[in-house]
Design a protein around this ligand. Structure first.
Ligand code: HEM
Length: 365
């Protein structure tokens, strides 16, 4: 695998770029937790059909919001964050919240704030120097936002709350920031938006709504959703891990207890792996016959045994939401919005800078 890992450890006191993958043995307790989470998600409806229903149910609320704003200038941030939050809330709690509900607005605000705090310089210092753990650092606000606590058992009520928060955190900011990036690029590349709409109109003719299986007949739309994920680079440093035993990798010895930080930015922009590594271009996922192809370097969900548990759900959300909205609406970069700024705001999850969009109903509707 072409995968650049930056290994940092207190012993090395420096960062060493390496190519390869470190095999980390996470131990039986981690495996039990992951199996438990997967089983629970499946039982509670992460299966394909019920998830499609839930996603389409939430899309209706996005459409309502957009319809109220036809011809107006709209800020899509809260709408997409709450939509992604609602989809995971329905899996976890069987309920959704209105987009102006104060409770969920506050939860989503905490999630977004923590995503920025937890990869910031204070968090890096906190991780590296255990002796500063008791100092009142600005970063410790992240703990107050989460209010963690556990009696050590994996099946306590406290632990259940933590699992739910983890899944809510993992499933909200990631999907919504990817969607925000997608619509930013589709608005500012109208020729790509139009080509998506032509394919959607052709493939869905006579159908009420899109199904996830329709992706097999939509190579261009598939290429666009994947290119959005590549360029969004939503989780740039994946999730940090730690070697549980001494490990040998391509001549480097990595001692037990080393923090391993995967650098997904590198692999998603690697020259030699992509036809157009530094620009938004769906051709990165199309071959000469216009068929969809997925290069091995596409790993926004990371790789290995701990790769994203919600990949299936996330891919379904991105496809169904983007196709449904593009079928119904035209998204326009407002005339007075100036030049688009694509520079992301860095964090555990990267976010596009806040922007506005103008929405029109499509002529075919
Ligand atoms: C575009 C959307 C998403 C992206 C780019 C993304 C990306 C990632 C990445 C890079 C990791 C770290 C993997 C590793 O540690 O090696 C991860 C972990 C995880 N993701 Fe996602 N994710 C997305 C959506 C979701 C959704 C919708 C869920 C909902 C359930 C989810 C649940 C999780 C969980 C539970 C983990 C931790 C898995 C573990 O530690 O074993 N993710 N994700």
């Amino acid at each position: 695998l072409l995968y650049i890992l930056y290994i940092t450890s207190p012993q090395m006191c420096l960062s060493t770029p390496l190519v390869g993958v470190v095999m980390v043995d996470y131990g039986p307790s981690w495996r039990d937790h992951r199996r438990f989470a997967l089983m629970t998600l499946r039982n509670f409806g992460l299966g394909k059909n019920s998830m499609e229903e839930r996603i389409h149910g939430e899309i209706k609320h996005i459409i309502n919001t957009l319809e109220k704003n036809i011809g107006k200038i709209l800020s899509p941030q809260v709408m997409f964050h709450n939509a992604a939050s609602n989809i995971i809330c329905q899996v976890l709690f069987g309920t959704r919240y209105e987009y102006d509900d104060e409770f969920i607005r506050e939860i989503v605000r905490c999630v977004r704030e923590n995503s920025k705090l937890a990869n910031g310089p204070w968090a890096m210092l906190y991780d590296s120097f255990p002796m500063i753990h008791n100092l009142p650092l600005p970063f410790t606000k992240a703990f107050r936002n989460v209010e963690r606590g556990s009696d050590g058992s994996s099946f306590s009520e406290e632990q259940l709350i933590i699992y739910s928060l983890d899944l809510h955190f993992a499933g909200t900011d990631t999907t919504s920031n990817t969607l925000l990036t997608g619509f930013l690029y589709l608005m500012t590349n109208p020729h790509i938006q139009e080509r998506c709409q032509q394919e959607i109109d052709r493939v869905l003719v006579g159908k009420d709504r899109v199904g996830f299986d329709d992706r097999h007949n939509m190579p261009y739309m598939q290429a666009v959703t994947h290119e959005v994920q590549r360029i969004a680079n939503t989780v740039p440093l994946s999730v940090f891990h730690c070697t549980t035993k001494d490990t040998e990798l391509m001549g480097y010895s990595i001692p037990k207890g080393t923090i391993v930080i995967p650098n997904l930015t590198s692999v998603l922009n690697e020259e030699g792996q992509w036809k157009f590594p530094h620009e938004f271009n769906p051709e990165n996922f199309l071959n000469d016959q216009g068929e969809f192809v997925k290069p091995e370097a596409f790993m926004p969900f990371s790789a290995g045994p701990r790769m994203c548990l919600g990949e299936g759900l996330a891919r379904m959300e991105l496809f169904l939401i983007m196709v449904t909205l593009l079928r119904k609406f035209k998204f326009i970069w407002p005339e007075d919005a100036g030049e688009p700024d694509y520079t992301p705001v860095y964090g555990i999850t990267q976010t596009p800078k806040p922007y506005h969009m103008k929405v029109q109903l499509r002529a075919t509707q």
